[in-house]
Design a protein around this ligand. Structure first.
Ligand code: NOJ
Length: 571
C-alpha cells in the first residue's frame, strides 16, 4: 500500500441540512447553520462534510427530487451562503462534499416540464417514456421503491414515464448523450466552486435493461420490486467510466457511490486502481432484517441472529478491499434507523450501544462516516399515527402493509422501526426549547430525550457518547495507534461465540484488537495475546481482561508477536 490519500485518513460527517441548524426561525435547517457549526465539526476531527441535497427542490423526497442542479434552494439560503460555507470550511481544512442525484430529477425540473409536453420537443427522450399496453395498463409490473407502480401515466403526452422512486422523481434517460453531458456539466460546476467530492445517489439504476419485461411478483399486489429488474444491469460500467473521465479524473477529490447490489466479486470494476469510484456504500450489513428487497412488512425486526450475519458481512467487505479499493465504514445515514436500536435489542443501554458501534466505526479498515447526531447517541422516535410521519417512503410502505392485510397497529410498528424519520429528527444542540435547533416550530418534532443527548450536555458529562467519539477520532488520526488503525490489515478473531465480534488490525509489528459483545449475557474468554496490551478505549468503566459484560466493547493495543491461540468462550 502506498501513501494514503487525505480522504482515507480523515473522518467524514454527513449533514442532513433540513435538520441540522436553523438560523432564521423557519423551522428548517439552513446553510448558514452549517457554517456556524464548522468549529464543532473541526473539534470532532472531521475532514469532509457530505451534504444531502441542497438544490432547488419541491421537497417531495426532501431534496432528492432536484429541480435545478446548479442552484441552491431558497429555504437553505443562497449561492453566496454556499460559497461562504465552502470557503470557511476550507480555512479549517474541511472539504464540502455534494450529493449528485443523477438517476432522476424532480418532475418540476425544466427538462421534465419540456419532455412531458409531447414526443417531438428538444427534451422528448431525456426521460423514459413508453406506450401503455393495449388494455391501457402500465408497460411492466414493476413496483417503485417507495411503493406503487413504477410507471405514471402522463395525460399530456399520452405515455407512461418510469420512476424508480416517487412519481415526482422521473428517471433520466442515460442512453441520451446530451443528458449525460448536462449531468457532467453540473458536477463540473460544483468542482469549480471548490467542492471536495461527491456522494453519488442511486447510481446502480441508471442503466435500464434492453427490454422491459414483467418480473415474477414478490407480493400480493402482483408487482415486483424494480430493484430486482433494473439494478446494476449490463452496460452500466460504460456509462460510469465516461462519468469518471469527464468529471473525476485527475481531481483531488473523493467519490462515494450508493451502490446497493454491487457484490464483493465485482468490486474491482467499481473501486480501486481500475474502478470508477473511490468508495462505495453497499448495504449488506444494514439490510440484515430484510429477507426480500426492502419491503418493511416482510422484515423480521431485531433478532440476535443478525449479529453473526453482521460479522460475516463486515468481514466480507474488509476482505474484499484488503488488496484493492477502500470502503466507507458506516452504520447510519439519513435512510437508516438509529444504530443504537438497529443492532441492539430495545432493553440495551443506548450509551453502551452507541459507544460499541463507535468502536467498530473507528477501528475497522476504511473511512469512518458519521451521520449527524450519531456522535450523541441519538435514538429512534416512535410516533402513534402515520400522519405524524413526513417520510414519503414511510407512507408508501405503510400503504403496502395495509394492502397486504396487516392491521393498523402492526403496520405502524413497521413504520416505527424502519421510518427514515428516525434519522431525520432535528439535531440536538442544547437543553433549550427544541434542542436549540430552531426558535420557530421544527419541521419534525425534536426527540423527547434531547436534554440528555445533546451537544451541550455531552460536552461536559463524563463518559458521554460525544466524548467517546472525540477520543476515538483522535486515536485514529494521531498517536501511536493511528497508523495501525488507518493502514493495518484485518484479521477476524473467531471462536468467541455468536454474539462477540472480535478482530485485530496489524501493521508494522503493532496490533490493535477490538472486541464487541452484542449480547445481553456476560462472556468470558481467554485473552490470549492480550497480556501485553494497553487499553485504548472501552464502553464501560473498569473493563477487565477476559470478561465482556453485556454490550461491552473494548479496544487494546499491543505487540503482534505476543503468543496467542484461538479464542474460547466459557459461558
Ligand atoms: C437514496 C437516498 O439516500 C434516499 O434518501 C432517496 O430517497 C433515494 N436515493 C432517491 O433519491
Amino acid at each position: 500500500m502506498g501513501q494514503l490519500k487525505w480522504w482515507q485518513k480523515t473522518l467524514v460527517y454527513q449533514v442532513y441540512p433540513k435538520s441540522f441548524l436553523d438560523t432564521t426561525g423557519s423551522g428548517q435547517g439552513d446553510i448558514p447553520g452549517i457554517t456556524s457549526k464548522l468549529d464543532y465539526l473541526g473539534s470532532l476531527g472531521v475532514g469532509a462534510v457530505w451534504l444531502t441535497p441542497v438544490y432547488p427542490s419541491p421537497m417531495v423526497d426532501n431534496g432528492y427530487d432536484i429541480a435545478d442542479y446548479t442552484d441552491i434552494d431558497p429555504s437553505y439560503g443562497t449561492m453566496e451562503d454556499m460559497e461562504e460555507l465552502i470557503a470557511e470550511a476550507g480555512k479549517r481544512n474541511i472539504r464540502i462534499v455534494m450529493d449528485l442525484v443523477y438517476n432522476h430529477t424532480s418532475d418540476r425540473h425544466a427538462w421534465f416540464l419540456e419532455s412531458r409536453t409531447g414526443r417531438d420537443n428538444g427534451k422528448s427522450d431525456w426521460y423514459i417514456w413508453r406506450n401503455a399496453n393495449p388494455d391501457g395498463s402500465a408497460p411492466t409490473n414493476w413496483r417503485s421503491i417507495f411503493g406503487g407502480s413504477a410507471w405514471t401515466w402522463c395525460e399530456e403526452r399520452q405515455q407512461y414515464y418510469l420512476h424508480t422512486f416517487a412519481k415526482e422523481q422521473p428517471d433520466l434517460n442515460w442512453e441520451n448523450p446530451e443528458v449525460r453531458q448536462a449531468l457532467y456539466d453540473a458536477a463540473n460546476f460544483w468542482l469549480e466552486k471548490g467542492v471536495g467530492g461527491f456522494r453519488i445517489d442511486a447510481i446502480v439504476y441508471i442503466k435500464k435493461p434492453q427490454e422491459f419485461r414483467d418480473g415474477p411478483p414478490d407480493s400480493a399486489d402482483g408487482m415486483v420490486n424494480i430493484h430486482s429488474m433494473t439494478a446494476n444491469t449490463n452496460g452500466i460500467l460504460d456509462f460510469l467510466r465516461e462519468f469518471r473521465e469527464k468529471v473525476f479524473d485527475g481531481k483531488d477529490i473523493f467519490t462515494v457511490a450508493e451502490a446497493n447490489s454491487v457484490g464483493p466479486e465485482e468490486l474491482h470494476d467499481w473501486v480501486g486502481e481500475l474502478g470508477v469510484f473511490d468508495m462505495l456504500f453497499e448495504f449488506s450489513h444494514t439490510n440484515l432484517e430484510f429477507t426480500n428487497g426492502e419491503i418493511w412488512c416482510q422484515a423480521t425486526g431485531y433478532r440476535p441472529e443478525i449479529i453473526p450475519a453482521l460479522k460475516k458481512c463486515l468481514t466480507a467487505s474488509q476482505k474484499a478491499t484488503a488488496d484493492n479499493g477502500w470502503y466507507p465504514i458506516f452504520f447510519e445515514n439519513h435512510d437508516q434507523p438509529r444504530c443504537v436500536r438497529h443492532f441492539f435489542p430495545d432493553d440495551a443501554d443506548p450509551v453502551h450501544a452507541a459507544k460499541a458501534i463507535a468502536l467498530l466505526l473507528f477501528t475497522l479498515r476504511g473511512t469512518p462516516f458519521v451521520y449527524e447526531g450519531q456522535e450523541l447517541g441519538m435514538d429512534n422516535v416512535s410516533w402513534g399515527s402515520i400522519e405524524d410521519y413526513n417520510d414519503i417512503s414511510s407512507h408508501g410502505q405503510y400503504e403496502l402493509a395495509r394492502e397486504e392485510g396487516y392491521a393498523e397497529d402492526v403496520a405502524m410498528r413497521f413504520v416505527q422501526r424502519y421510518s427514515r424519520d428516525n434519522a431525520r429528527t432535528p439535531m440536538q444542540w442544547t437543553m433549550e426549547r427544541h434542542a436549540g435547533f430552531t426558535t420557530g416550530e421544527p419541521w419534525l418534532p425534536v426527540h423527547e430525550d434531547y436534554a440528555t443527548y445533546c451537544v451541550e450536555t455531552e460536552s461536559v458529562a463524563e463518559g458521554s457518547v460525544l466524548s467517546f467519539y472525540r477520543k476515538l477520532s483522535r486515536l485514529r488520526r494521531s498517536g501511536k495507534a493511528s497508523e495501525v488503525l488507518q493502514r493495518g490489515n484485518y484479521v477476524e478473531w473467531t471462536g468467541l461465540g455468536d454474539m462477540i465480534y472480535a478482530f485485530r488490525r496489524q501493521w508494522a509489528g503493532k496490533e490493535v484488537t477490538t472486541l464487541v459483545n452484542f449480547g445481553s449475557e456476560e462472556v468470558h474468554y481467554e485473552p490470549q495475546g492480550m497480556d501485553q496490551t494497553e487499553l485504548l478505549a472501552a464502553t464501560h468503566p473498569m473493563p477487565a481482561k477476559g470478561v465482556l459484560r453485556p454490550y461491552e466493547a473494548v479496544c487494546c493495543m499491543g505487540d503482534c508477536l505476543a503468543g496467542r491461540g484461538k479464542g474460547v468462550q466459557k459461558s
